[in-house]
Design a protein around this ligand. Structure first.
Ligand SMILES: Cc1cc2nc3c(=O)[nH]c(=O)nc-3n(C[C@H](O)[C@H](O)[C@H](O)COP(=O)(O)OP(=O)(O)OC[C@H]3O[C@@H](n4cnc5c(N)ncnc54)[C@H](O)[C@@H]3O)c2cc1C
Length: 637
């Protein structure tokens, strides 16, 4: 018989159960805004989502959503209307719900000043805030954080990391100036993420809110060409380097250098800023991640659009093939990207490693030769591809796009940054908690600090850099003080049948209509009733049944009524004793108690769906439903 691992709840235990919030790098109270949507409190939902995240609207469209991966609903068994188990359930569509709330109350729907006013003066109706929630914003207003003295802070790079740092520095009383080489701000969001996933108008509106806080953004200024790093250090009290990893990595293949071979992110940038790249009509994209799909799907749209406009001049067929080293199961791209790419006509070939790019006598690309890849990862999950050299194929094409990773360009550090030590070429050595480099007053944020990750990681990193700069310039480190409260919820009830509702599919444009124009949005988003229905599936992990042993009459009614069988009534004598369990028993029953005749209620947190049936059934009111809330306050001594 398998032994049960029993954990005695300690301080912070219940906070740890809110998996969505814990998984988010800025600790957004996703549960809070999802429940607000379920109850029709849409404005509040937006404010909860926006508090810790200046890029809430953009995240609503494209966030990699670590919250969804962690969502407990995705781990509980699914039950049908008759209470029968019918397989594993699916997580709440948290990202799509965030988009819904932002469209109603975010910068999509009102001017920047109104957004700022609402965000800064938001007082939660349910104390749903958590570590790092809007605490920074409120603290700056109520004086818990004495403002900086308006010193100028230079930020190199106007991507999500740089702009998040600027946003928080403006709130903290500084004068952030962002230097951005591109003609538009927002980094990879504007020059990487394709417009069919993220409309440019949303970027402009979200950035307008940041500007309205007093952030100065100077576009078209390249540090290292138009202004030197040395000048920035001389003229500013601190410098944050947030230049991302913009350069496409190459593979060093024979034939790689020359016309017809481009970096994937270079192609995306060219399309985004309206520059022309000489891309043919028979394209091979090498790579298996999300960026490879962005590249393949973008080029497919460009070909379709050009063909529609110049049909008479461009007869014949076109093809976009995506070739990855990994098998379909191992591909790092999101399943949704793979499915939508397949629907749109991307021809996918899995399990092939490139050997050479073939060219004719005129130097034009004629194809790519691949060999079979029989294994990508070794037993320790290290990247160690093995090939079957005898099995090869040459895929004919006229253009090759490489989407196999990016690296940073930090050569501008040569002028004035000799004291910035490098961890490896291009990547500065950085203290993971303070984001300081080895040079005085120089900080790093975003992809350059932690390697290529998600947009929300860059936001978290930018905010952390802002706090570090505050501490550096004022000599006052910022602390977060957390308060935990338990609130009993008499008469707590859930929406009828919420446990059986299946995930509401996020509406999308039909594949045939997507290629009509490169800007056609693939994801359409929820309407009000779809959003409320999907939000009502949330298990509300912040609510939990709490058992009062002194009132329990051991009738077992709670165990019988539990639909997911998450409760167990177990004789203490049958439990394997750990030190923590022994201490808990001693605290409750006194020292040296005879275990025979005493029982414990065990709860499997993974299965509990917070339905409250146990509390309703209990004849002695020994079970109450409680909401656990955490509020955080930024303080500077
Ligand atoms: C194609 C693509 C698609 C992606 N899709 C998603 C997604 O769907 N969801 C998600 O969560 N994440 C996604 N990501 C990841 C996300 O975009 C990045 O993690 C994030 O943008 C990193 O932010 P950052 O500010 O560190 O860098 P960046 O966004 O790269 O911004 C850095 C900025 O610095 C500027 N810069 C560089 N050098 C200089 C200089 N010398 N002088 C002045 N300015 C300079 C650059 O022009 C750029 O604007 C995607 C990334 C790519 C490449």
């Amino acid at each position: 018989m398998p032994t049960l691992q029993v954990e005695i709840p300690s301080t912070g235990y219940h906070a740890g159960l809110i998996a969505c919030q814990r998984a988010c790098p800025v600790h957004t109270d996703a549960r809070g805004y999802v429940r607000a949507i379920a109850e029709g409190r849409f404005e509040e939902a937006y404010l909860i989502a926006r508090g810790p995240n200046p890029f809430a609207s953009i995240c609503g469209r494209i966030c990699g959503a670590p919250c969804e991966a962690a969502c407990r609903r995705g781990h509980v068994p699914r039950v049908d209307e008759d209470g029968r188990f019918v397989g594993q359930d699916r997580p709440i569509a948290i990202r799509a719900l965030k988009r819904f709330a932002c469209e109603i109350a975010g910068p999509e729907a009102r001017p920047p000043a109104a957004v700022i006013d609402a965000v800064l003066h938001y007082v939660p109706s349910v104390a749903a805030d958590a570590e790092e929630m809007a605490a920074m914003l409120r603290a700056a207003l109520d004086g818990a954080v004495p403002p900086g003295n308006g010193e100028r802070v230079a930020i190199i790079g106007g991507g999500p990391a740089g702009l998040s740092a600027a946003h928080d520095l403006a709130l903290l009383g500084f004068h952030p100036i962002v230097f951005e080489t591109e003609p538009v701000p927002a980094g990879m969001l504007a020059v990487g993420v394709p417009s069919y996933r993220l409309p440019r108008a949303i970027i402009e509106r979200e950035v307008a809110v940041i500007r309205a806080l007093g952030v100065e953004i100077r576009c078209g200024v390249t540090v290292g060409r138009d202004v030197s790093f040395a000048d920035l250090r001389r003229d500013h009290a601190a410098v944050i380097v947030a230049v991302g990893a913009k350069s496409s990595r190459g593979l060093g293949l024979p034939g790689e250098r020359g016309p017809g071979v481009y970096g994937g992110v270079d192609l995306l940038r060219a399309v985004a800023v309206g520059e022309r790249l000489d891309v043919g009509r028979d394209v091979v994209v090498i790579g298996g991640g999300n960026v490879a799909f962005d590249v393949a799907r973008t080029v497919l749209r460009q070909i379709a659009y050009d063909t529609a406009r110049t049909a008479a001049r461009l007869p014949g067929t076109s093809r976009v093939r995506l070739v990855s080293l990994e098998s379909l199961e191992e591909m790092p791209a999101d399943t949704l990207e793979i499915v939508e790419g397949d629907e749109e006509g991307i021809e996918r070939q899995n399990g092939w490693g490139p050997v050479a790019i073939e060219r004719n006598e005129q130097g034009e690309v004629t194809g790519v030769t691949f060999r079979r890849c029989v294994r990508v990862w070794d037993d320790e999950r290290r990247f160690a591809p093995l090939y079957d050299d005898a099995t090869r194929q040459t895929i004919p094409c006229d253009t090759v796009l490489l989407a196999v990773g990016q690296s940073p360009v930090t050569s501008f550090l040569a002028d004035g940054g000799a004291d910035v030590e490098m961890a490896r070429p291009g990547w500065p050595k950085v203290d993971g908690s303070t984001l300081r480099t080895t040079a005085d007053g120089v900080f790093v944020a975003g992809d350059l600090a932690h390697g290529t990750r998600l947009l929300i990681d860059a936001v978290a990193s930018g905010k952390a850099a802002a706090r570090s700069v505050y501490a550096y310039l004022t000599g006052r480190p910022l602390h977060v003080g957390a308060v935990t409260a338990h609130l009993t919820l008499p008469g707590y009830r859930r929406e009828r049948g919420y446990e059986a509702i299946r995930r509401v599919p996020v509406p999308v444009t039909a594949p045939d209509d997507r290629l009509v124009h490169p800007d056609v949005q693939v994801e359409v988003g929820y309407d009000r009733s779809q959003a409320m229905r999907e939000a009502s599936r949330c298990l509300d992990c912040g609510v939990t049944p709490v058992f009062d042993g002194s009132r329990c009459v051991l009738c077992g009614g709670c165990v019988d009524v539990c639909p997911t069988k998450c409760l167990k009534l177990v004789p203490l004598s049958a439990m394997s004793m750990t030190a923590a369990l022994g201490r808990a028993i001693e605290q409750t029953l006194g020292p040296g108690v005879d275990l025979d005749g005493h029982s414990a209620i065990l709860k499997d947190e993974e299965r509990c769906i917070r339905c409250a049936l146990c509390a309703m059934r209990c004849p002695s009111d020994a079970i109450t439903m409680e909401r656990v809330t955490f509020s955080a306050h930024w303080k500077a001594p």
